[in-house]
Design a protein around this ligand. Sequence first.
Ligand code: SAH
Length: 357
Amino acid sequence: MKPSLLQWEPAAIERRLEELGGRAFQARVARAELLGRGKLDYEGMSALPKDLRRTLATEVPLLSSIEKLRTWSSDGACKLLLEFPAQSQSPGARTVPAQVETVFIPPHERGSTKGATVCVSTQVGCPVACPFCASGKAGLQRNLAAHEIAEQFAHARALGPISRAVVMGIGEPLLNLDNLLAGLSLVRSELDLGARKVTVSSVGFPERVRRAAQNDPRFQLAISLHTPDQEQRDFLVPAMRGVPIEDVLAAGDEWFHATGREVTYEYVLLAGTNDSEGHALRLAERLRGRRATVNLIPYNPIEESTFGRPTPESVARFAGCLERAKLVATVRWSRGVDGQAACGQLRVSNASGAPPA
Ligand code: SAH
């Protein structure tokens, strides 16, 4: 397959366009139509001459990915199953196509003028294997390339305007940092996604957090902490086994100093596992003196696990404990739960769903 539009270096695609009878600036026009307006075929790009559109359609495929399936949740969130071709050029690579999920989450309030939040994936499968998360159940297949990260934004933009992005789909973003940075830089200006509008969630490998902090990361960082207790973290976030929680927090502090943007600590609330008052107090102790927000995520059920979803009362109790200890606590009741599109529920799935009436 010929390289698709976003696979080309900006200067190279300008030259290619000229070879094809177009003008250099039209490469930018095509990118703006794709990412900024969500036009998923050249035919609809009225800002380009007809002949050029026809030539581009055969010479520079607009996308490398295809949408295989769309699943709507009753709250309006829409999950897209996207398929990318196998990376057959790299030795030992799988020859099967790669599939990931991307979620388009419209604003809560009907008639809102805000755009949607898009949740993107960075890897095919996930190497982290948290026991409460569906994304790691099949292990890691491969990293997504920069253009594959960017193309998810185009598919989502075709559903409506976007005003925020969360890199909280399938994969551990900081293990694919270079492609993530390149992918975000492809879409940033077309979608007006400044640093405060993009949040990347990671389990917080300390050296990766430091490296990201030194690489002009134009995003906010969320670190999945999930417990104040070392032994329990080793169980809940197995990829971090043996990495002291203090080292993770110290890397978070360095991030704050380097970027001026506070870290959000994510905490999945698992009923009867990590949601006691003692956990809240020990968490507050760990975070004492730090400028940080804790984002509580009540567990979203997945098939292969027996963790329990906490009640609204116990979530409020946990949040109250943190607030009394002077921490900022927010609660994320995930959207898209019935469409299997919520935090932790993304995987390669073939379940179908109809759009909401
Ligand atoms: N790999 C990244 C992104 C994960 S998704 C990371 O670990 O941070 C974003 C958040 O959802 C993470 O905090 C993750 O731990 C959490 N999560 C995973 N499974 C969940 C589930 N079943 N219910 C609620 N949150 C979940």
